[in-house]
Ligand binder design. Structure first.
Ligand code: T4K
Length: 367
């Protein structure tokens, strides 16, 4: 059987049926119904955040968070990372703002705070860093810079569900954090996402944006769109949330086996979570240095493919090198470029057997 980079975690079918039974009986399918509300409360508890708004996917959550924070202005610039899924940059651009790419750290691939201040101009309105692969950014340094320059911070926490730093949930840093609940994520609602935040005035803004600006039956107070999570997906979330801790524990076992097999191989660099971070093992990145290891990232990718194993080059190319951005006159980011050329995310998911991890490692190591 093929091994893909990930495989959605699923609840037991009977559990899901039980959870959607009331939806069938009530005919209440969407528009912030009782299942949505129950799920929202459960998530606030699980993530340990003061406030949370649910969305149809992570991308719309981020796009609307940028809008809701009032960042849209003529010529406004947002400092962000090119080492991400393209959604982060698209969300900035689709708000009429200009991305200013900040290079990343070579050890954990998150935005390098030492390079942020040089990029700040009188047009800068915000910083949007990304918690890459389930590790967290240097939140303390970014917080200091944003306060000094009076800038908003929105974290793209698409990979950081359930991650904590010194015991504090990932959704507590900055002005807002976006989580993705896509099928490929550690925690999924099929498609889905959320914005965590602490300023209560933000709640109404987000609500307006995701529900046409409607306040009451006869009141439309703002020009909003539609990005609501429906009841069936909320029910999927309720089921998967119950299994979250066991799911992360199982992923940790898989990651530990990879560490054991690949940890001391010259020319393979593995991910290193920031000190104090409890990771969720969302992805398993390995950096291949061809000069030392003898095989390039692309060689390893092809060799795995020949063995019916499908790793992925997340994130290649870096966003500022993608067709839709490469001619935009953006600054080069040499570290992000280098990492995007050498990184491979190896298969990791709840059901991946340790024997399969061994098989993957055997192929990589020519055993
Ligand atoms: N910011 C960051 C940093 C992100 O990584 C993402 C999403 C976002 C923002 C936006 O969040 P969302 O709007 O998506 O909530 C995938 C996902 O579609 C995307 O959610 C994710 N990041 C990105 C990194 O990866 P693809 O095009 O690589 O996925 P795909 O269809 O090739 O699937 C990869 C593997 O996952 C498959 O080989 C098998 C497995 N899979 C896939 C699907 C669709 C399943 O097991 N079940 C499934 O239903 O983009």
């Amino acid at each position: 059987m093929s091994i893909l980079v990930t495989r959605s975690s699923m609840p037991k079918l009977e559990d899901y049926i039980e959870e959607i039974r009331p939806i069938f009986e009530s005919h209440r399918l969407t528009n912030m119904g009782p299942v949505y509300k129950q799920f929202q409360h459960q998530l606030i508890d699980y993530l340990g955040v003061p406030e949370l708004s649910l969305f149809v996917n992570g991308h719309m959550a981020l796009e609307m968070a940028i809008h809701a924070l009032g960042l849209r202005r003529e010529g406004g610039e947002v400092i962000t990372t090119p080492f991400t899924f393209v959604s982060t940059t698209h969300a900035i651009v689709r708000n009429g703002l200009k991305p200013v790419f900040c290079d990343i750290k070579p050890d954990d691939y998150t935005m390098n705070p030492e390079k942020i201040e040089d990029l700040i101009t009188d047009k800068t309105v915000a910083i949007i860093p990304v918690h890459v692969y389930g590790n967290l950014c240097d939140v303390e340094a970014i917080d200091k810079i944003s306060k000094k320059h009076n800038l908003k911070v929105i974290y793209d926490a698409a990979h950081a569900f359930g991650v904590t730093y010194k015991g504090v949930g990932a959704g507590n840093f900055g002005d807002a954090s976006m989580f993705s609940f896509h099928a490929t994520k550690v925690f999924n609602t099929i498609e889905g996402g959320a914005v965590a935040f602490h300023d209560q005035s933000f709640r109404e803004k987000l609500h307006e944006l995701k529900n046409f600006g409607i306040h009451g039956v006869d009141d439309v107070m703002a020009v909003g769109g539609n990005a609501k999570l429906d009841e069936f997906r909320a029910a999927m979330g309720i089921c998967n949330l119950r299994r979250m801790d066991e799911c992360i524990t199982r992923r940790a076992e898989v990651a530990a086996r990879y560490n054991e097999r690949l940890g001391n191989i010259p020319g393979i660099r593995l991910g290193k979570p920031k000190e104090g971070v409890m990771p969720n093992h969302a992805y398993y990145p390995a950096y291949f240095d061809e000069n030392v290891f003898g095989k390039s990232r692309d060689d390893v990718f092809e060799q795995l493919k020949e063995n019916d194993i499908y790793a992925r080059k997340y994130f290649y190319p870096a966003v500022n090198e993608m067709a839709c951005y490469k001619d935009g006159g953006y600054a080069e980011t040499p570290i992000a470029h280098d990492v995007s050329m050498h990184i491979l995310t190896l298969p990791i998911y709840e059901e991946l057997a340790l024997e399969d991890v061994d098989r993957i490692c055997d192929v990589i190591l020519n055993k």
